[in-house]
Design a protein around this ligand. Structure first.
Ligand SMILES: Nc1ncnc2c1ncn2[C@@H]1O[C@H](COP(=O)(O)OP(=O)(O)OP(=O)(O)O)[C@@H](O)[C@H]1O
Length: 371
């Protein structure tokens, strides 16, 4: 993780990292409605409904139910004429841990930024925590904790000083007590005087998590939070996320790690701007309709060479001393793999299709769509 220093120019103009505006630093910017649209007067303002935006009447039972944390449809965004988010529809239920996966540059960060009001979509609409993503970005930012991909804190301030700074951005009072409680909550108290720049990846990540939990958000948007973090710290991080989801927090987390995808309640896979798969891991694997065979023996290396490009063979991947051979036409795959197994003296057996096999398939299909 790398720290890019914000310009010390006050909360309104704070810019952090590659991504641009620090989520908290943009809290006080006017809503598009406040900035541009005509004010229809105090009478109109008085008529605004007072109902909780995250509650709505159940159409059948007439009772109050909680709306999804995220419900966006048709989100589209282009940069320089290139469509990087293309008609994305996403629903995330309250208390759900939703995984957001996809190759580099496929539009995950852009989608996250559209949903928390940091970017305006070219097309599409939706609500996050009951707030309109186009008109109520400020309300969304107040209720969302957004952990950006890169470490976005002052390296020459201590953990406590960084948290005091963030407490100030959110106007959390009494700041001293809020920071003290957050330090204790995230197990940071003993390190509170340590400079952020001297922390290991795991502790930096913990500081970042503390900063985005301090204002008690209802939704966490985590953009590759565990990149460069060791397995133990990753495990602890996920335990923490699950504990908080158990208390009702909703989490949308982008990741490239398959084991992390498997720790999500549901996953959403985006490729080149388009959402191409969603559901539980079991559903996504089942819906892909792939067959996987495992080849074992002294000659797997030769077998791999031979299998590449054969009819029905879509993927050949070595796993230690074995070979995973994957395809969508089970009969054709079996025929090719059996022939090579016989030729090379390897054994062939059925294997579970992994999420990685599925993602590689989805990625190659999407590339085909783009060309
Ligand atoms: N502000 C911007 N101006 C121009 N292009 C941008 C901007 N933000 C993102 N892009 C481009 O949009 C595409 C999608 O980027 P995005 O960061 O959303 O992808 P991602 O899926 O999060 O990638 P990664 O997994 O590498 O973080 C990339 O090609 C990126 O270069």
């Amino acid at each position: 993780m790398r720290c890019l220093r914000p310009r010390p120019s006050g909360p309104r103009q704070l810019r952090f990292g590659r991504a641009g505006i620090h989520p908290a630093g943009d809290l006080f910017a006017p809503e598009p409605s406040e900035a541009g649209l005509p004010d229809r007067g105090p009478a109109h303002r008085r008529q605004r409904p007072q109902a909780r935006p995250d509650r709505q009447r159940h159409p059948a039972r007439g009772g109050i139910v909680t709306a999804p944390a995220i419900e966006v449809r048709g989100l589209t965004k282009s940069f320089g004429g290139r469509r990087v988010v293309d008609d994305v529809t996403l629903n995330v239920a309250r208390g759900e841990i939703a995984g957001f996966l996809g190759p580099n540059g496929s539009g995950k960060t852009t989608t996250i930024r559209l949903m928390c009001g940091l970017l305006t979509p070219d097309a599409g609409a939706g609500r996050v925590l009951g707030h309109d993503i186009r008109r109520e970005g400020r309300a969304i930012k107040r209720e969302v904790g957004y952990m950006t991909q890169r470490f976005s804190f002052y390296e020459d301030l201590t953990i406590e000083e960084n948290l005091r700074f963030v407490a100030g951005l959110y106007d959390l009072r009494p700041a001293r007590a809020v920071v003290r409680d957050t330090l204790a909550d995230l197990g940071l108290t003993s390190r509170r005087d340590q400079l952020a720049g001297s922390l290991s990846g795991g502790w930096k990540q913990r500081l970042a998590l503390a900063a985005c939990l301090m204002h008690k958000p209802k939704l966490l948007l985590l953009d590759e939070p565990t990149a460069g973090v060791d397995p133990k710290a990753r495990r602890e991080f996920w335990d923490e996320i699950h504990a908080r989801a158990g208390d009702g927090l909703t989490v949308l987390v982008s990741t490239h790690y398959m084991d992390e995808a498997e720790r999500c309640h549901r996953i959403n896979y985006i490729a080149y701007g388009r959402l191409v798969a969603r559901g539980s891991v079991t559903e996504v694997v089942r819906d892909a309709g792939l067959t996987t065979l495992m080849m074992q023996g002294a000659a797997v290396h030769a077998a791999a060479k031979r299998l590449t490009g054969m009819p029905g063979v879509e993927q050949v991947a070595p796993f230690g001393n074995t070979l995973h051979v994957v395809g969508s036409d089970a009969a054709l795959l079996q025929r090719s793999a059996s022939a090579v197994a016989q030729e090379t003296g390897c054994t062939l057996s059925p294997a579970e299709t992994s999420l990685e096999d599925v993602f590689i398939r989805l990625m190659s299909q999407s590339q085909d769509n783009m060309s």
